[in-house]
Design a binder for this molecule. Structure first.
Ligand code: COA
Length: 179
């Protein structure tokens, strides 16, 4: 694989005309990492979350921002943030939610995820947010990834979606305070 440098890496703010690229990379990046957690191999989850009608509708909502991660010409991941979504006692205006961040497996562990999260923190600061929050599964390495970035666990809950295997049901709320 090609070396990853700042010159090679770019993050494209996704627009309506990018919908097919978004559907493609969302399905690939998710499937690379998480099909094993479902007892139906993720069929229902993919349809309800990453099908073209679902993503097109989410993309049309101005509260959502999708990003396509590119290494030179190749799409290697995607992310979605929700600009205003309340968290605990913090109002929607005070809170930015990172809903999705998935990289193709071959591109994990190269520093891309940390760079993206730094960009989201910068965006949150520019919007005068008090917190950035997200949800992560302790059965995956993502909780340690976010802890390294300074996130703390505030609530332990469950994935409210059918077909999840019991070993993967746990879902933590995590928060990063910007103040
Ligand atoms: C989780 C994910 C976004 C992290 O992005 P990444 O680019 O792979 O992570 P980075 O290379 O930026 O790593 C940043 C830090 O987290 C640590 N980290 C990354 N992956 C880790 C892992 N599997 N276990 C423990 N720590 C990990 C790194 O060691 C690094 O720490 P360092 O700076 O001290 O070396 C990415 O691996 C991914 O997309 N995974 C699959 C999908 C997923 O789980 N998404 C999150 C859904 S909530």
């Amino acid at each position: 694989m090609e070396a990853l440098t700042d010159d090679n890496l770019s993050v494209l703010a996704c627009e309506a005309r990018h919908i097919d690229l978004l559907v493609d990379i969302a399905n690939k990046a998710y499937s690379d990492n998480y099909l094993h957690i479902w007892d139906d191999e993720g069929v229902l989850y993919l349809e309800k979350n990453f099908s073209k009608p679902v993503l097109a509708s989410e993309l049309a909502d101005k509260n959502n921002c999708f990003f396509l991660v590119q290494n030179r010409e190749k799409f290697v991941g995607f992310a979605k943030i929700v600009l205003c979504k309340s968290f605990g006692d913090y109002t929607a205006d005070e809170s930015l939610y990172v809903q999705r961040l998935y990289l193709r497996k071959a591109y994990c562990g190269l520093g891309i995820g940390a760079k993206l999260m730094m960009q989201f923190h910068q965006k949150a600061l520019a919007l005068h947010k008090k917190v950035v929050w997200l949800q992560a599964m302790p059965s995956t390495p993502s909780v340690s990834f976010y802890e390294k970035l300074g996130y703390t666990i505030t609530h332990k809950g469950y994935i409210p979606f059918p077909h999840i295997k019991p070993a993967y049901r746990d879902l933590y709320d995590m928060v990063y305070k910007l103040e």
